[in-house]
Design a protein around this ligand. Structure first.
Ligand code: CTP
Length: 401
């Protein structure tokens, strides 16, 4: 969820600043791009060099750069515009007061005033400072500006006192920010199961029947669904695709029978099921236990039909939104409609092999989305990532109808 996000971390001068090294590490681990701005007093608690090393970006404190820098000043406006979100942690009483009154006597508060993105602040101070009406006024003013407070926790404070004022732990800050991002996402609290890639049907211990599916379409769908807030189970046949997302669990399978079992295991508890896999229609009737030797001039393999995973899901559907794919070469719309009805689908994504740029081998796809109420929407040739967005958009429109 934080992957690829530009996060500006503002650190102010409180003892909790030492925890921000862990916060930077967690943000980087989550795939975010991190830049750090510190107040001068923060730099007494935590070293800019440590933060720069962990964030892989300069950690800056002043408007004017040191000698030898590319430009001679740190542009607060550019930093503010770069950020997708700003987190000020720890936020001291002093900095919150400056933020509330628009005082820009340091780089951090100038960046804050320039930022157009959501700004989170995590107060940290001693018990009595936190209780003081002046601090409460600053906090209320910041909230009234639309800033988001990551509340402090209670516990032992650096002064030895016990009470409210401890900065939230780095893990709690990350969870808080993720929770905020999830709110308002259309697939929040939804479970999506996606099948992807080919299946391999064993002939003997070293050979199989397979196909050229790369799995890319299914993986793009998983990414988009997860970014829209869903918890995703990606049931993947053998592919070279990789994916790393907190909300995506990849379950690797090999054969159609494996895929059948895993898809059914998760189907009962899902809200949306998308079958994007290129499942082998047939498998060898028997699998040789030893490698088949090339003794004869001819070899005949007897194949039997695989179970149709999608059709079987359609038969035990309760309230899930079930989507299939159809790859057609002729009578495309009619064939796709036939599949939609036979398999009890809510919608089907039609690819025509007559369209250039559609199908397995390319990065692009050209689809037509058909639903059970005969609503049809044809799309232009697009990248598979864009196609995934279109498909999930069509599904969400129907879920909310
Ligand atoms: N599918 C499945 N299990 C199978 C076969 C297909 O789940 N054993 C799913 C695919 O993931 C896809 C849709 O069904 O969503 C494709 O339907 P299918 O009837 O197999 O289409 P084609 O493979 O194009 O088959 P046909 O040769 O009958 O047109």
């Amino acid at each position: 969820m934080l992957g690829g996000k530009n996060i500006l971390l503002g650190i102010t001068g409180g003892i909790a600043a030492y925890k921000t090294t862990f916060l930077v590490r967690l943000l980087i681990k989550a795939g975010a791009n991190v830049k750090v701005v510190l107040t001068e007093s923060a730099s007494y608690f935590v070293s800019p060099l440590t933060l720069a090393t962990l964030s892989k970006n300069p950690a800056v404190t002043a408007f004017v750069k040191e000698e030898g820098s590319e430009t001679d000043w740190n542009n607060h406006v550019d930093l503010g515009l770069w950020a997708d979100m700003m987190i000020i942690a720890p936020a001291t009483a002093n900095t919150m007061s400056k933020m509330a009154t628009g005082n820009t006597d340091n780089l951090l508060t100038a960046v804050y005033l320039s930022a157009k993105c959501p700004v989170f602040f995590a107060p940290a101070m001693d018990l009595d400072m936190y209780q003081h009406p002046a601090t409460k006024t600053s906090i209320n003013t910041l909230l009234s500006y639309g800033n988001i407070m990551i509340p402090p926790t209670s516990g032992e404070l650096a002064s030895g006192l016990h009470g409210e004022g401890r900065m939230a732990e780095p893990e709690e800050i990350i969870d808080f920010v993720k929770g905020y991002l999830l709110k308002g996402l259309p697939l929040k609290d939804k479970k999506v199961v996606i099948t992807a890639g080919p299946t391999y049907e064993a002939i003997d211990p070293v050979r199989f029947i397979g196909n050229h599916s790369t799995g890319q379409m299914g993986y793009e769908l998983a990414k988009v669904a997860a970014n829209l807030g869903a918890e995703v189970i990606l049931v993947s046949g053998p592919t070279n695709q990789t994916i790393a997302h907190d909300s995506i669990k990849v379950v690797g399978v090999v054969s159609a029978d494996d895929m059948y079992e895993v898809a059914h295991e998760h189907f009962n508890t899902c809200d949306i099921m998308i079958a994007a896999a290129a499942v082998a229609d047939y498998k060898p009737k028997t699998v040789a236990t030893q490698k088949i030797k090339k003794k004869e001039d001819n070899l005949t393999l007897e194949l039997v039909k695989n179970r149709d995973i999608l059709k079987s899901l359609g038969e035990c559907k309760t309230g899930q939104f079930l989507v299939g794919f159809a790859l057609e070469t002729e009578n495309e719309l009619e064939n796709a409609k036939g599949k939609l009805e036979r398999k009890h689908l809510d919608a089907i994504v039609l690819n025509s092999l007559n369209d250039d740029g559609a199908g397995f081998a390319s990065n692009t796809n050209k689809i037509t989305f058909l639903d059970k109420n005969s609503r049809i929407k044809a799309f232009q040739l697009k990248t598979k990532a864009e196609v995934a967005e279109d498909i999930l958009n069509e599904i969400i429109i129907r879920l909310n109808a």
